[in-house]
Design a binder for this molecule. Structure first.
Ligand SMILES: *Cc1c(COP(=O)(O)O)cnc(C)c1O
Length: 394
């Protein structure tokens, strides 16, 4: 063999005795075939066969299979972000003239996708009250193909009655998809409540380290899986095995991370609800949270994200109060090891149910820092929000 050939032909080495616990990261565009005939017949390999790197590698398939098992589903597809996963579901089901229902509290960019991408292409959407429950029946018309659910809702944490929505949608022939990012399959399994699609932004708790973007959709019905795969193929959407490998690693520790952040978040939610500067704490495990009884009925626990509605008089001091935090960072895309705080304004994003609380909202995502350090930050924020607080001197 010429040296130039040696450069591109990797010698076969023994794998015997090599039993690693890690999932190998298989990178591929080309997949080679044993002969010309199997190459010619590659389209017949089915949804689980390997044909081209874009359509899956053993690394991405391992992640898919693991999520499928956690959800008790049939198959899972991966997309390059949570937002892409939602868009793929909608593009798979909806054609011009169709109608989709989204909760008023939906992850903001989903409303943007409906309004600025689907609507100009003749696909109608309506936002509904997340607490509507069985009343959703009144909003489903003969062209409604999908009812989207996100529970709890972005920013304001309303827990939805998924079984009631599923029953109403099924009766009218609409499918139901559920954004399960907050709970992860450890705390809620949408397919077991009748949803057709269980979607997660793996970017959040599965990834768990703020360093990857990935989304997933798990289905029970293999025909739906095939349709989702067709959309991915036609749009040329695939995911990197490196991202999948990071998600596989994150998944291994997700259980202990969620248990920890869930405990700390609930403790802080209870402490914050006792502050006179706080109007309401929106945490599904607290009775003041809309849908608290549904959360108790359907969920196995709470994760580490909740919101605090402050009294309106704190508003002028909020920016200063959020300066010089010791451990919290200010930012979105929660679910990592670092605790985050994000001032939210939801008023402009609500069309079905006007948001009337006049005070500012803080969304808090608990990470893995020391509990005393975290509380010191929150305590400092509260102190600086007090009317008689001395302005911080730089
Ligand atoms: C972050 C998030 C998404 C989008 O995930 P990306 O991977 O950032 O696109 C979707 N839904 C919910 C509830 C989210 O929090």
């Amino acid at each position: 063999m010429h040296d130039l050939s040696r450069c591109v032909h990797h010698p076969a080495v023994s794998h015997e005795g090599f039993a690693s616990l890690a999932v190998p990261t298989y990178r591929a565009s080309t997949i080679v075939y044993e002969d010309a005939e199997s190459f010619a017949r590659r389209k017949h390999r089915g949804p689980d066969g390997y044909t081209y790197g874009l359509h899956g590698t053993p690394t991405t398939r391992t992640l898919e299979a693991q999520l499928t098992a956690l959800h008790g589903g049939g198959r899972t597809i991966l997309a390059p972000s949570g937002q892409a996963a939602i868009a793929v579901v909608m593009l798979t089901l909806l054609t011009p003239g169709d109608h989709v229902l989204i909760p008023d509290t939906v992850y903001g960019p989903v409303r943007g996708f409906c309004a600025s991408y689907l609507a100009p292409r003749g696909i109608r959407f309506d936002a509904y009250d997340p607490m509507i429950g069985a009343g959703i029946a009144g909003l489903i018309d003969e062209r409604t193909k999908l009812v989207w659910v996100e529970s709890p809702g972005s920013g304001t944490m309303e827990v939805q009655d998924l079984p009631a929505i599923v029953a109403a949608a099924k009766a009218k022939g609409a499918l139901v998809g559920c954004d399960n990012t907050w709970a992860s399959p450890l705390l809620f399994k949408p397919l077991s409540f009748g949803a057709d699609f269980a979607m997660e932004a793996l970017t959040k708790y599965v990834g768990g380290h703020s360093d990857l973007l990935l989304g997933s959709v798990t289905v029970a019905d293999l025909a739906l899986h095939r349709r989702l795969k067709d959309t991915l193929r036609m749009l040329g959407i695939g995911v990197s095995p490196d991202e999948a490998a990071l998600a596989l690693r994150g998944l291994e520790t997700m259980g202990v991370r969620l248990a920890h952040v869930g405990r700390v978040a609930l403790d802080f939610a209870q402490r914050l609800s006792r502050s006179p500067l706080v109007d309401r704490v929106l945490h599904p495990a607290l009775p003041a949270c809309p849908g608290h009884a549904l959360w108790k009925r359907d969920f196995r626990g709470a994760s580490g994200v909740f919101s605090v509605v402050l009294k309106p008089e704190t508003e002028p001091r909020l920016t200063a109060a959020l300066a010089d935090l010791g451990v919290f960072a200010i930012g979105a895309s929660w679910g990592g090891t670092r605790s985050l705080i994000a001032p939210m304004s939801v008023t402009a994003e609500r069309t079905a149910v006007p948001w009337t609380a006049p005070g500012p909202i803080l969304r808090i995502s608990i990470g893995l820092e020391g509990i005393d350090d975290l509380w010191a930050d929150l305590d400092q924020i509260l102190k600086r929000l007090e009317p008689e607080a001395v302005p911080n001197v730089a």
